[in-house]
Design a binder for this molecule. Structure first.
Ligand SMILES: Cc1cc2nc3c(=O)[nH]c(=O)nc-3n(C[C@H](O)[C@H](O)[C@H](O)COP(=O)(O)OP(=O)(O)OC[C@H]3O[C@@H](n4cnc5c(N)ncnc54)[C@H](O)[C@@H]3O)c2cc1C
Ligand SMILES: *[C@@H]1O[C@H](CO)[C@@H](O)[C@H](O)[C@H]1NC(C)=O
Ligand SMILES: *[C@@H]1O[C@H](CO)[C@@H](O)[C@H](O)[C@H]1NC(C)=O
Ligand SMILES: *[C@@H]1O[C@H](CO)[C@@H](O)[C@H](O)[C@H]1NC(C)=O
Length: 573
């Protein structure tokens, strides 16, 4: 199993960038700034701003005070001046100030998103390279950077506000893959449709989103290593006159940890699949923008993995008792550092909507535009689904099968997809509601569908990986975890399955029993799984996981902006 986790071991090391002041602000500098240059720049620009060889560091300035998720609404301006062949980057109002920008107190260049304006006409958001300060830290004229100071976590990176007062940059600093301005001020773009162009630019975020998914999985794995090992060593309570039992023997303890371990495995395999698809496309020289299905998969994975990580770390914290609260045992810092993962690089709720927009597009494409209406209208009475929704064909013996679980999760996705299409169709086409209002009144449905979709994909990828596992012993072990993941997905949604008569009360009870039984069955093997994560002990450093952490205090207190350290320095308290 070892090779499967190489990707994640790397990520464990990058998770550390948030707490170790000696590490560069890898995520922002390479991932975001580098990603913008790589995915939005021309070949010449990529060479010029290629980071590993250079002496400068970058930052990524998209978010503004007034607009976070709604990037299209950003207000920073980039006006072209033909006489000087320069863009003038300007912050016209307070709402246009760039906010939360990582590395803003030290970085040399920023990739700044701004409205491209020529002769008063706006061509929508584009990305510009703007010098912020020179190598000695001297600010570029017209640029102001203000530190945003204390945060919940990620103390290794500074986040700040950037304000531009008519900052002039050369014409060639517009990253020009999707839009280019000639010397005399003529705009051209390979993508004519403005909204498609904007979406193509946002696709530049896909690789870093996948990177964030890998980090969330890595944080989850670290938490699980610590909690599982501690649960197998700590003892509390036991039968009369006998040695106390290990806490992992308590039913609730394994019930709280094992489903997360199964999810961590499922996410690992799915992320590996997404990464392979992306590698493949990049190796063939294809643009990521061309595969909207991959973009949607990554958006969904980002949301699912980062939420799953937070839930998992909270359980790990509670399952390790008071010890889990101690900084030296890592879990508190992991929680603080990864909390914001659900918000940045695309808010999770917004990511789920990206998933569903793609699912709806695929659905319409499959059916063909002209027949969509007709098919959707008759869907509710369609024979096959009537049979499916009322046929209680699954008995207590078969709900433990992988094939039942796979069918159940794809059934849920399919029903949610068709019913959403029907609802939207009726609201927009029949009742002529504004699309925004129709969509908004279905938003809960939308997010349920997105999660149902990503859950189905993770279970399928997990099942595929199990099938392909060449080592007999690992195959047997992974099969149990895969069944557990599937059972846990159905168990979570048992109310929905009961509503849709997909489960009977008897099979629903059976799912619960199966869930408990599978968790019990894998609780000891969990030790093997967490050691097969193959995380080097230098990255674990938690005494309760059996790995001492000599630098814990140092790492914690030397973070540059840590509030405790700051107040101590200032003699406060
Ligand atoms: C530590 C940190 C580092 C960051 N680093 C950077 C950086 O380097 N560069 C950069 O450009 N940005 C950075 N950001 C900004 C980050 O990307 C934004 O915070 C994020 O995109 C969310 O925007 P917002 O904060 O304006 O939230 P909002 O968009 O205002 O969201 C607030 C709430 O409204 C909900 N909401 C918004 N729109 C919708 C919708 N359509 N449907 C349903 N619900 C909705 C959200 O789900 C959320 O619950 C960073 C942020 C943090 C906290
Ligand atoms: C641009 O493309 C979108 C779909 O991506 C479409 O809805 C819109 O009508 C197009 N606009 C123009 C002007 O063609
Ligand atoms: C991407 O798709 C567009 C049209 O869908 C096509 O014209 C273009 O050649 C594709 N680009 C690559 C690099 O695959
Ligand atoms: C696009 O991505 C999907 C994954 O979402 C993958 O299955 C498919 O093979 C990719 N298509 C191409 C042409 O690479």
């Amino acid at each position: 199993m070892i090779t499967l986790y190489r990707l994640c071991v790397l990520a464990v090391c990058t998770v550390l960038y948030g707490v170790l002041p000696s590490g560069p602000q890898l995520g922002v500098v390479c991932g975001l700034f580098g990603g913008a240059v790589t995915n939005l720049g021309s070949p010449g620009q990529k060479k010029k701003w290629y980071l590993p060889d250079s002496e400068f560091t970058g930052m990524f300035a998209m978010t503004e005070r007034g607009h976070g998720s709604n990037v299209r609404g950003i207000l920073t301006e980039a006006c072209y001046e033909p006489s000087t062949q320069e863009f003038i980057i300007h912050t016209p109002c307070e709402d246009a100030q760039k906010m939360y920008i990582g590395n803003s107190m030290k970085g040399n260049y920023a990739s700044v998103f701004a409205q491209l304006i020529i002769n008063g006409d706006s061509h929508g958001p584009h990305c510009f390279i703007v010098p912020i300060r020179d190598r000695h830290g001297v600010m570029n004229p017209g640029v102001t950077a203000i530190d945003m100071k204390h945060k919940e976590g990620l103390h290794g990176v500074d986040n700040g506000i950037l304000i531009f007062d008519n900052v002039r940059i050369p014409r060639t600093n517009l990253l020009s893959k999707f839009g280019c301005v000639s010397a005399d001020g003529l705009y051209s773009s390979p993508v004519q449709n403005k909204s498609k162009r904007f979406n193509a630019m946002l696709a530049a975020l896909t690789p870093t989103r996948l990177g964030l998914t890998v980090q969330a999985i890595a944080a989850m794995k670290l938490g699980l290593i610590i909690a599982v090992r501690y649960s197998h060593s700590r003892r509390q309570f036991g039968p009369k006159d006998q040695q106390e039992v290990k806490i992992i023997e308590h039913q609730t303890q394994y019930l709280r940890l094992m489903p997360h371990l199964a999810a961590a495995l499922a996410l690992t395999f799915t992320t590996r699949f997404a990464a392979c698809t992306m590698d493949h496309a990049l190796c063939k020289g294809e643009v990521l923008q061309n595969n909207s299905s991959l973009q949607a998969l990554v958006a969904g994975l980002k949301a699912y993995s980062t939420w799953e990580n937070l839930a998992c770390l909270q359980e790990c914290r509670e399952c390790t008792g008071g010890m889990g609260f101690m900084m030296e045992n890592r879990i508190p810092a992991l929680k603080c550092d990864s909390d914001v993962f659900v918000t940045f690089e695309g808010d999770n709720v917004v990511m789920l909507q990206v998933v569903v927009k793609e699912l709806m597009t695929q659905f319409t494409r499959q059916l063909g535009n002209s027949v969509v209406g007709g098919l959707i209208k008759t869907w509710t009475s369609s024979v096959s689904d009537r049979v499916r929704t009322s046929f209680l064909g699954f008995n207590v013996d078969t709900v433990g099968d992988m094939s039942f679980l796979l069918k159940a999760v794809s059934y849920r996705e399919r029903v949610l997809q068709r019913s959403l299409a029907t609802r939207l169709y009726n609201k927009v086409k029949k009742k002529s509601e504004e699309f925004f209002d129709a969509w908004n009144s279905c938003l809960h449905h939308v997010t349920c569908l997105a999660l149902a979709h990503i859950h189905r994909v993770t279970l399928e990828q997990f099942a595929l990986a199990v099938q392909e596992c060449p080592v007999e012993e690992d195959h047997t072990l992974l099969t149990k975890f895969c069944l557990l993941h599937g059972t846990s997905l159905v168990y979570q949604e048992r109310a929905w399955y009961l509503e849709h008569h997909y489960l009977t009360p008897a099979t629903s009870r059976q799912i619960r029993t199966q869930m408990l039984e599978l968790c019990r069955l894998v609780k000891d093997e969990a030790l093997k799984v967490v050691s097969d994560f193959n995380v080097p002990s230098c990255c674990i450093q938690a005494p309760i996981a059996g790995v001492a952490n000599p630098r814990a205090e140092w790492a914690f207190y030397s973070a540059p902006e840590h509030p405790i350290r700051a107040s101590k320095c200032m003699g406060a308290d």
